[in-house]
Design a protein around this ligand. Structure first.
Ligand code: ADP
Ligand code: MG
Length: 442
């Protein structure tokens, strides 16, 4: 029987992995690894540095186990050696260098404050970012923005960048994704030029860091990042960080979490129906596509938790209607976009369930929530319950409001707006509501 050599096993692994990771990830972490010719069943890999080895073992554990031989103990039969430093690194696999970016900061030209549509779910973050852009280093520092995918975190980060560049021409502003920060660091470690990198970062006035969640479980880099972070904050330099989770839920050291909670933590939420319609119409207008109001509502009712998907839908629709020279109607939307439509939220949730759950949460009686007392101890739980009802139940506001002991739809709307805004500023409340939602959905 012909058994594969270690090198062949490695090559099969590389082919599979190339298909399932991003081009940047592949270029930076997999392509630099070389399988050496080796007698016997073991795989001998040459890595440019220890970080590449760590990255491989941490992130591709399962794939490795599927492709590479194992020892009787169950451990992978792999040997690593670190390559002797080369004079010149291959130009293609180099991460973007800070020097290139210095002269050409990579801000998406569309991501400006003017192009950002406001609604109750993002008003607070929008004003916090605008405040920072106007007076960098003089208000909250750092600003930590968290929220789900496609809700405008990167957009606002770049908006700060644009604003600072045009209004404070002397300030040095730099935006970086956490992934490229790590790549840069690896590059400088490899070339023994970390001092140069430190100098560059410490000379900045505004540092914008996107997607800090990628720093999780990367201890070596975390410490480096934390040092740089402290050096900047101590000099009153502005830092803004985005993340898909609040600081406390990130798997980072206590020191790092504490630093990120130093300033202001703000949540960016899912935009409500009216805001989604406004976003759609604004983007459609910029693309020169006409979408009747009715059709915009039709789309926004069906794509509700991610602005990026809303944009994707619009692009698809625009391409289709241009190609076919057709006006945009509900029928066309239905036939071109139906696979993008999301399922309506859980139908089983009822106002009754919400009332019971909120009553327990705040230690009040359901009859009090449905009553007319304006005492804060009852009025606040009532507003929370109304917020949850509007968020979780697909029914008319009039009907929902009536289930609260015959309140009006404007009372419900007011409660919903108030709580939506408060969630952006109050981490405790956000968590409480998230928990209530989870309990109700299961
Ligand atoms: P995130 O970084 O939170 O995943 P992005 O900032 O990349 O999301 O936003 C996804 C897309 O949605 C971008 O094209 C952005 O311009 C758009 N977008 C998100 N929120 C808004 C908004 N409030 N107004 C206009 N466009 C928005
Ligand atoms: Mg983003």
């Amino acid at each position: 029987m012909l058994t594969k050599t270690g090198k062949e096993c490695w090559e099969e692994f590389v082919q599979t992995v190339e298909d399932c990771c991003s081009a940047t990830e592949f270029q930076n972490w997999i392509a630099p690894i070389k399988a050496l010719h080796h007698e016997g069943a073991e795989v001998h890999l040459e890595v440019p540095n220890i970080f590449v080895q760590e990255y491989l073992l941490e992130n591709f554990k399962e794939h490795l186990a599927n492709f590479l031989p194992t020892k009787p103990s169950g451990d992978l039969a792999v040997n690593f050696s670190v390559a002797a430093p080369k004079k010149k690194a291959a130009p293609k696999s180099q991460p973007a260098l800070i020097d290139d970016e210095k002269s050409n900061p990579l801000f998406n030209p569309q991501y400006t404050f003017e192009n950002f549509i406001e609604g109750p779910s993002n008003q607070f973050v929008k004003s916090a970012t605008l405040g920072i852009a106007t007076r960098p280093g003089k208000s909250y520092n750092p600003l930590f923005i968290h929220g789900g995918v496609g809700l405008g975190k990167t957009h606002l980060l770049h908006a700060i960048g644009h604003y600072v560049k045009s209004h404070h021409k002397r300030l040095k502003v730099h935006c970086i994704t956490t992934e490229s920060f790590i790549n840069e660091l690896v590059h400088h470690l490899r070339n023994k030029s970390t001092e140069k990198m430190k100098r560059f970062y410490r000379g900045l006035d505004v540092l914008l860091v996107d997607d800090i969640q990628f720093l999780q479980s990367r201890l070596n880099f975390e410490e480096e990042f934390c040092n740089m972070f402290e050096a900047l904050i101590n000099q009153n330099k502005q830092i803004v960080i985005t993340s898909d989770k609040p600081p406390g839920e990130l798997k980072l050291s206590e020191r790092m979490v504490a630093r990120m909670e130093w300033g202001l933590v703000a949540n960016i939420g899912i935009p409500d129906l009216e805001t989604r319609v406004a976003i759609l119409q604004d983007k459609a207008e910029k693309k020169g596509v006409k979408i009747p109001q009715r059709v915009a509502f039709f789309i926004a009712e069906r794509i509700f938790n991610n602005v990026r998907q809303l944009e994707g839908a619009l692009n698809k629709l625009a391409a289709y209607s241009k190609m076919m020279s057709l006006d945009v109607t509900e029928e066309i939307v239905e036939s071109t976009l139906s696979e993008l439509f999301q399922k309506a939220p859980n139908k089983r949730v009822s106002v009754d369930n919400i009332l019971k759950s909120v009553a327990v949460m705040f230690g009040v009686k359901v009859s009090d929530i449905c009553g007319s007392s304006r005492a804060k101890s009852v009025a606040f739980p009532r507003q929370v319950a109304m917020y949850l009802a509007k968020e979780m139940i697909n029914d008319s506001l009039i009907k929902l409001a009536a289930s609260f002991g015959g309140k009006t739809h404007s009372t419900l709307l007011h409660a919903w707006k108030k709580i939506s805004q408060q969630i952006g500023q109050d981490e405790m409340l956000r968590r409480q509501i998230q928990m209530a939602r989870r309990n109700l959905e299961t």
